[in-house]
Design a protein around this ligand. Structure first.
Ligand SMILES: Cc1cc2nc3c(=O)[nH]c(=O)nc-3n(C[C@H](O)[C@H](O)[C@H](O)COP(=O)(O)OP(=O)(O)OC[C@H]3O[C@@H](n4cnc5c(N)ncnc54)[C@H](O)[C@@H]3O)c2cc1C
Ligand code: FES
Length: 291
């Protein structure tokens, strides 16, 4: 894969008119858990399909005609952009409207937007990925990236936590990634239901099971606010410097490209300067509601 393509921030497909969604067809819908599905989308326009690139951690604005838009991370392989996965949890009006759609309905897409995960800074480092719940969606493209470019990185560990085993997203892939032996995957649940015999406890409790070499570790975190906060502090306590701990943050989005001010966070715009930040960039406003 051409590293330079994925590392630089790709131009939005909607070009100068960044507000205009482009039609994309739903090719497949997969149930992840009781309220989350993965939609495989394909741009109707072949030229756009050919041109589109994204870097892991970027998002699209997904538009449902007559309802509105929501920011949704791209959850598929950045090396294969003929189709794009979006893993969507039902929370409100737009996500409910999306969940009513099936193949071969059309939605609109604008993007890709935002700054993704630090693929170059990760090179030569141990990479620890920490995900909670649907927070694995924006990290799944990183896992693909690491698997395709495995020689560039040292030890890779994925720590994943969710409420129950049934809440896992990409459950089969988690097992397959671990079985391939190229990354070490550890999964924990808050409540062991069914036949679960794995670890029980919050995702940061998995830290006891791995060795962290602070000198050469880089950390990527995405999950609910509390997880982002607790995980980041745990790694700081293990002496990983705050500029090597990266978190993906969420704010309500409107334009997606730094124009409307809707997503302002301290002095930053979440859509343009994030959603991925070094912990050192956001530590002073981290965990505060409206800043
Ligand atoms: C950069 C970025 C990437 C994102 N990626 C994804 C993704 O991959 N998959 C995905 O499902 N969502 C993702 N989101 C979150 C998604 O954009 C919001 O949940 C969005 O508000 C959903 O729109 P809606 O119209 O369905 O809900 P709204 O009508 O906006 O919200 C309805 C209600 O749900 C609450 N709510 C909104 N978002 C959340 C939330 N995240 N958790 C709990 N309650 C919430 C609101 O406070 C409100 O009360 C992302 C957000 C950002 C900023
Ligand atoms: S959503 Fe408009 S500035 Fe970020």
């Amino acid at each position: 894969m051409d590293q330079s393509v994925a590392e630089r921030r790709p131009e939005p497909i909607c070009g100068m008119n960044t507000w205009m969604p482009v039609p994309a067809r739903i090719l497949d819908v997969r149930e992840e858990n009781f309220n989350t599905r993965t939609y495989t989308l394909q741009f109707v326009d072949e030229e756009i399909r050919r041109m589109y690139r994204f870097t892991p951690g970027q998002f699209n604005m997904v538009y449902v005609p007559g309802v509105g838009e929501a920011a949704i991370s791209i959850s598929s392989d950045p090396g294969s952009t003929e189709t794009l996965d979006h893993t969507i949890r039902l929370v409100g009006s737009v996500t409910r409207a999306i969940q009513r759609l099936d193949t071969p309905a059309l939605v609109g897409l604008r993007g890709p937007f935002g700054r993704g995960w630090p693929l170059s800074a990760m090179e030569g480092k141990d990479v620890v990925i920490v995900a909670g719940g649907i927070g694995l969606a924006p990290l799944r493209p990183v896992v693909y990236w690491l698997l395709h470019n495995r020689d560039l990185y040292r030890r890779v560990v994925l720590l994943y936590g969710c409420r129950t085993p049934e809440d896992r997203v990409f459950a089969e892939e988690l097992e397959a990634w671990d079985a391939r032996g190229k990354i070490h995957v550890l999964v924990t649940v808050d409540n062991a239901t069914g036949s679960w015999t794995g670890p029980v406890g919050v995702v940061t409790s998995l830290l006891r099971r791995i060795k962290v070499n602070a000198e050469r570790t880089i950390v990527l975190v995405c999950g609910p606010k509390v997880l982002n906060h607790v995980a980041a502090w745990n790694f700081l306590q293990l002496h990983v410097p705050p500029d090597r701990v990266y978190v993906s943050l969420e704010r309500n989005m409107n334009c997606g490209f730094g124009r409307c001010g809707h997503c302002q966070y301290g002095g930053k715009f979440m859509c343009r300067d994030g959603p991925v930040f070094r912990f050192s960039e956001v530590a002073d406003v981290f965990g505060k509601e409206e800043v």
